[in-house]
Design a protein around this ligand. Sequence first.
Ligand SMILES: Cc1cc2nc3c(=O)[nH]c(=O)nc-3n(C[C@H](O)[C@H](O)[C@H](O)COP(=O)(O)O)c2cc1C
Length: 183
Amino acid sequence: MIKKKIANIPFGPYITVLAGATVNGKPNYATIGAYGVVSQNPVLYISLKNSHFTTSGVLESGFFSINVPSSQAIEKTDFCGSVSGNKTDKSNVFESFYDDAGNAPMIKECPINYLCKVIQTIPIFDFTMFLGEIVAVYANEDCLDNGRPNALKVKPTVMMDSGYFDLNDKVGSVFKTCNRRPI
Ligand SMILES: Cc1cc2nc3c(=O)[nH]c(=O)nc-3n(C[C@H](O)[C@H](O)[C@H](O)COP(=O)(O)O)c2cc1C
């Protein structure tokens, strides 16, 4: 295998999600790749450009949602990442629902929804990283096996360089495929 050195920029892969917030009393969603876990605690982060409409909503309400769209929703997902709520009302692109635990909209047609309460904000360049404690999680019933989400049913979209990709297959089981006990 010959290794080739390429540009010092992040190419991915990333999972494509929609960050949601209430802005001026309405739901707004921005597509992001910058989200993830930081530890084994029930905390997720999103990183949003300061000028985004969604960012102002998270700062104002102290809550955000992370919605995992299935790859079938790629057109709407790309749309929410291409136009800003600053100029175009995106409140009706998806149907929203809410939970009493916090004021951030979640997307009905996304198979997985996390509602998070901001516990820390980290300014980084012209972005803000919001770390949020998970206060509610929803999943589409038909994406669950024994109460837990099945990735092949959720069909998340992987983004790498300038493309969106589907998941194809399960290739193993965590802590089991290597046939070793975790230490
Ligand atoms: C695939 C994709 C990934 C993106 N990832 C991010 C991201 O991680 N963070 C971010 O701030 N913006 C990201 N964007 C850009 C925002 O989604 C975009 O600027 C959006 O219009 C902002 O909407 P808003 O102003 O209504 O919040 C991404 C866009 C696309 C299409």
